[in-house]
Each structure stands twice: as C-alpha cells, then as structure tokens.
Design a protein around this ligand. Structure first.
Ligand SMILES: [Zn+2]
Ligand SMILES: [Zn+2]
Length: 424
C-alpha cells in the first residue's frame, strides 16, 4: 500500500473552483433576470386587462406575492416595474435580455423621474442597486408647497357631504384637539396592527390572502366602535347602539327592499351583507308597518357563536387567518331559507365577508366541506404556483453584475427633468 497521496488529475485550485462557480452563478442570474422580465410583462398584462379582480386577492401586489411565493416587498418591485414598463423601455429591455437585475430596474421604476429611461439604462449597466438609489436621490425634486401661515388657525367645524354610496367628512380641529384625535387614532391603529400581525404573520411571512393592513380609516372606525356602547348602562332599557335596517316585504315573491333607518335604500349586496350577520337590527315591514324585529331566526346566539369559534378558529377563506371581528356568515343566505345552524354557518373576516357579498368570491357548503372559489370559479388554495420547470431556461448571456466601481458623485450629473411647458 502506497503512503503517497494519490494524484488526482481532476484536482483544481480554489481560485479555479471559485471562477467556475461564479461563472455558473452569472449564467443562472442572467436567466433569472430574463425570467423576471417575463414575469414583469405578465403582471403588466394582468393589470392592463384587469384580470386579477377575479382571484380574491386584494391587490395585484398581493396576487403576485401569493402566486410567486415572494415577499410583499419583492412583489411590489415587480408591480412597480410593470406599471412603468412603457416609460422605461430601455431599462425593462435590459431586464428581459438578462443584462439588468430586477432590483436595479426596480429602483428606477420606483423613484426615477419621467423621461429618464436612457439616462438610467446607461447608468444601470455599471451601477449597483445602492448606487442607483443614490443617483435617483440626486435628481432635483420640485420645491415643497409653502408652509401655511401658523397664525391663521382654523376654527372648529364638522362638515358632511353625502354621496350615492359614500360620505365625505371634513373635520377641522384646533391643534390641541387634533392632537387628542391623533393620539386616539394612533392607539387604535397600533392595537389593530398588533392584532393583524398576530393573525397574519407567521414563520413564512405574511399570508397573501390576509385582509388589507389596517389603515387610518380602520383606526377611526375602531375609535367609533369603542365609543359605541361605552355608555350603554346609562341609556333607557340598556339599549345598544346599532345600525338599523328596514326591510320591506310588501311585494310577495319579489326581492325585498331594504333601507338604512332614516337613510338611503340599500343595494341587494349591501342588504345581504348587513342582514347576514346579526350585528345590525333588522325591522321587517309590510307597507311601512313593522311586523316584528325578526331577530329570532336570524341571530347567532352565544352558544352557536362559541361553537363556530371553536370549529373555525379563524376566517374560513384559505390562507386568511384573521381571528378578530369575525362575522358569522350564512352559506345559504337566510333570505333564501338558509338555517342559522352550524352546518350553514362559517366565520369570515369583514374583508372577505364583504368581498363575498359583492361577488368577489364564492363560498359553498356545507361547512364541513367548504369550497371557496374566486370569481372565475377556481378553488382557492394556499401557497405559490411554483413547480419544476418543463421548458428550457431563457437563452440569454450570463450576468456578471454591475462593475460597481467607486462612484465619484462629485462628477456625476443627475438626471435633469425637462421644465414643464409654461401654461400660456
Ligand atoms: Zn354573509
Ligand atoms: Zn378573511
């Protein structure tokens, strides 16, 4: 037996191995850039032809993140590039040809001025993502609007403008009261965000079927709902504040007509949404005469509610996971004779409940064999569309990355937007 180390003709030096490995990376990244370019084109098409409304996702960004298994930030980049692809043809062509990366073109699409395509296409050929960010920041920005005169403190006022299907409120508050409102909003917003994160964030990030992130309007409604029954004990009969709906059953065999108490007539979808859960008070009428408040058959009593919570735990739409403020939804609507029992009820978050009654998603039962489909009839599942490829990768040259050499910003000329045409 020889004590010499066997000579390996295939042995390569670390430097050679590194070179080979990096060469492979360059080839793969070139292909990935080209694939990202194709995904950008597909997303642009989905958005242009408004194809994503049928999926039950709340936005094109959410759809991209969900179907590709990307982080919301990466999905946002894809959507930003797709939205400005026509403004930045040279940059996006660089992506399709594998010469530029999605993140490079993303910085440009997210922040660069109109008309800067050629400028940044040239810069991106050598600049890293960080350098492109700096370059975009150096663009001259329009001057911010002049500060309002601090002396002219507005008075207090509350104005309300009622439109067909929404109402605009304009509230003017002096500084101290505004600060109070802000603090109240902030504390509700913080609580809603904490609850949202608890429900929708897990080890794999945020579920893409999650309802929208709570915004200021949600915080404001949270404030209203918190005050809703705060003084209930002081009222006669302990009457709870509630939205009151009148349903007129005058015409037999025809659809009932519903209206908000002292308010506008509701659309079919608003009526079904409001009367599905028992969170509002419904008065049935015939020719304007009340015929009983109709709560008995429709309401979900505490026992049933607990049973539903025990069974469903969260919103029944796959991938949603919301646990707060859930509505009890009748799978067969009670208007159509659906019973208020466990088999015919599921818990839905307010977002998906509204989406369902607007026709955005379909929910069919019974509850133990629940099927949730999007507007095109496809069943909703969790997870991305990723599967092993069956076609060869795009045939593009390897991408070796921008040179990223030290940028001398002193000599760099930022993109100068054309002055806007004078109005006369
Ligand atoms: Zn419902
Ligand atoms: Zn939901």
């Amino acid at each position: 037996m020889s004590s010499a180390i066997p000579f390996d003709a295939d042995a390569v030096s670390p430097a050679q191995r590194l070179e080979e490995l990096l060469e492979e990376v360059a080839e793969l990244v070139g292909q990935r850039n080209a694939i990202d370019g194709r995904i950008v084109d597909i997303v642009a098409e989905l958005e242009r032809d408004e194809l994503c409304g049928a999926t039950g996702a709340r936005s094109i960004k959410a759809l991209v993140a969900w179907k590709t298994g990307m982080t919301p930030n990466n999905a946002e980049t894809i959507v930003a590039v797709a939205r400005r692809a026509e403004e930045f043809p040279l940059c996006v062509e660089g992506l399709r040809e594998g010469r530029l990366s999605l993140d490079q073109v993303g910085v440009i699409a997210e922040h660069a001025a109109d008309g800067s395509d050629a400028h940044y296409a040239e810069l991106a050929a050598v600049a890293t993502v960080t350098q492109l960010r700096t370059a975009v920041k150096l663009e001259p920005r329009p001057e911010p609007a002049a500060e309002p005169d601090p002396e002219a403190e507005p008075k207090r006022s509350f104005r309300k403008e009622v439109h067909d299907d929404y109402t605009t409120y304009q509230i003017v508050l002096p500084r101290l009261e505004a600060a109070k409102l802000d603090a109240g909003l902030q504390s509700h917003h913080d609580a809603q965000i904490a609850a949202w994160k608890r429900d929708h964030e897990n080890a794999e990030g945020v579920s893409e079927q999650a309802p929208p992130f709570p915004n200021t309007v949600d915080a404001f409604m949270g404030l209203v709902e918190a005050g809703w029954d705060a003084d209930v004990a002081a009222r006669p009969h302990g009457q709870h504040t509630t939205v009151v709906v009148h349903v007129d059953l005058a015409k037999d065999g025809e659809k009932p007509v519903a209206a908000l108490h002292l308010g506008p007539v509701l659309t079919d979808e608003e009526r079904r949404y409001l009367t599905c859960d028992a969170t509002c008070e419904v008065w049935f009428e015939r020719y304007g005469q009340p015929i009983g408040a109709g709560r008995s058959a429709r309401t979900v009593n505490r026992r049933l509610r607990r049973a539903l919570e025990h069974r469903d735990r969260c919103c029944a739409v796959p991938g949603c996971g919301a646990t707060r403020g859930l509505h009890a939804h009748h799978i067969v609507h009670w208007e159509d004779g659906g019973p208020t029992d466990l088999d015919n009820m599921v818990l839905l978050c307010p977002f998906h409940h509204r989406l369902h009654h607007k026709g955005g998603i379909t929910i069919t039962g019974p509850a133990d064999q629940l099927r949730v489909t999007d507007a095109t009839g496809r069943e909703l599942h969790r997870g991305s569309l990723a599967r092993p490829p069956t076609t060869p990768p795009p045939n593009v040259p390897p991408y070796r990355g921008p040179t990223g050499e030290r940028a001398d910003w002193w000599w760099y000329t930022p993109f100068q937007p054309e002055p806007p045409p004078s109005p006369n």
